[in-house]
Design a protein around this ligand. Structure first.
Ligand code: ZN
Length: 372
């Protein structure tokens, strides 16, 4: 029986190079009007009970070749539970081994978070008491970009995710954050809703998400390089979210991402902004270190190099919001690989761990909400 492979669905991405009975050579497709590619998501049928070998042959030129060594692809037979599957990387080729029990299975770079699940999340949370749903704008492809607002307090907290659409763990994090903040039995959530008003954008890039992009919107624009000068033509997503931020002010902001290469969750701050102060920097460091003390799924040893004085990149949201609003602003990165300090051979870094880290972030914020 011949394999059949398709990526013709929301968030799908793969191109067939050649295909046989038990093996296929595949290639990841570039983001539209961009050179970025790394996200893949596709379904395979016709392999029930057989060992199959799927080779992605263009990984050497992908956006982050350092993301492939020690990485394991995620596989699901029911579209719900995603496990790591046997994966090797050598000479620019990612080789995925699978032996599905049933006729159909899915493979992806990380557990997908598709447009249907996004719409269901927004519907479900918006229906809860005290939550306001706002249409921020329509995207270039005509999709709604929505925010959810909750809480009555004076501190203005902005949480936003998936500027880079292939980093689906960011929206799993959002699902965890929204569930906790709207849980009527959660004392931390009650405290946060009393002290702060939360403005939450679960998906900053619905077009890139639906198109199966790694990093860009419908025009191939990296939204996290637009915050110094967003435009209606190139980056309406950033333009309209930033306008909404100007209307509320921003005291605390978290931009949620995934990192391809580093096998750990970590934070990036706003070192090097022109208006940096000891107080602002110290509160960022305190949040980061408190989170690391709270959970073994977050750490401070591995991460990015920090910018020197005056060298912050103000096109990135974290630095722009810290500079413009004086916000305690940060970029949370979660791994595509496993957490090297606490590996889980079956699931690796997962939707469940992304959601749990959101809970820990909110507990940490609650400890500090009077200081920010
Ligand atoms: Zn990112």
């Amino acid at each position: 029986m011949t394999l059949n492979i398709t990526s013709d669905f929301d968030g799908g991405n793969i191109r067939i190079v050649s295909i046989g009975d038990d093996r296929a050579d595949l290639a990841i497709v570039r983001d539209h009007l961009s050179d970025f590619y790394q996200w893949f998501s596709f379904r395979v049928t016709g392999a029930a009970g057989r060992a199959v070998t799927l080779r992605i042959v263009n990984c050497g030129e992908s956006a982050y070749p350092g993301g492939w060594p020690d990485y394991r692809a995620r596989m699901s037979e029911d579209g719900d539970i995603w496990r790591q599957t046997d994966t090797d990387y050598a000479d620019g080729v990612l080789t995925i081994h699978a032996r599905p029990a049933g006729d159909s299975f899915a493979l992806a770079y990380f557990a997908p978070y598709d447009s249907d699940r996004h719409a269901a999340l927004v519907d479900r949370i918006a229906a809860r008491p005290g939550v306001t749903r706002t249409l921020v704008c329509h995207t270039l492809d005509g999709r709604p970009l929505e925010s959810l607002t909750l809480g009555d307090g004076p501190k203005q907290v902005w949480l936003y995710a998936r500027q880079h659409p292939g980093e689906t763990m960011a929206e799993w994090w959002m699902e965890g954050a929204l569930e906790k903040l709207t849980d009527p039995d959660d004392a931390t959530a009650a405290l946060l809703r009393e002290k702060a008003t939360f403005h939450i954008v679960p998906n900053m890039n619905p077009d890139g998400s639906a198109r199966g992009h790694l990093r860009t919107n419908a025009l191939g624009v990296n939204l996290n390089r637009e915050w110094h000068a967003p435009s209606a033509e190139r980056s309406p997503e950033v333009l309209h979210v930033l306008e909404a931020m100007k209307a509320t002010g921003v005291d605390f902001a978290m931009d949620v991402h995934g990192d391809e290469a580093i096998p750990a969750a970590f934070m990036a701050g706003f070192e090097g902004i022109p208006s940096w102060t000891e107080r602002q920097g110290g509160l960022y460091t305190r949040f980061r270190d408190s989170l690391a003390a709270r959970t073994p799924d977050f750490q401070t040893k591995l991460g990015y190099m920090t910018a020197g004085p005056g060298r912050a990149n103000l096109s990135m949201s974290t630095s722009q919001l810290a500079e413009r609003f004086g916000a305690i602003s940060m970029t949370l990165e979660m791994p595509f690989k496993d957490n090297i300090d606490a590996p889980d051979p079956e699931y690796g870094w997962s939707p469940a761990r992304s959601k749990a880290l959101a809970h820990d972030c909110l507990e940490t914020l609650a400890e500090m909400i009077d200081l920010i």
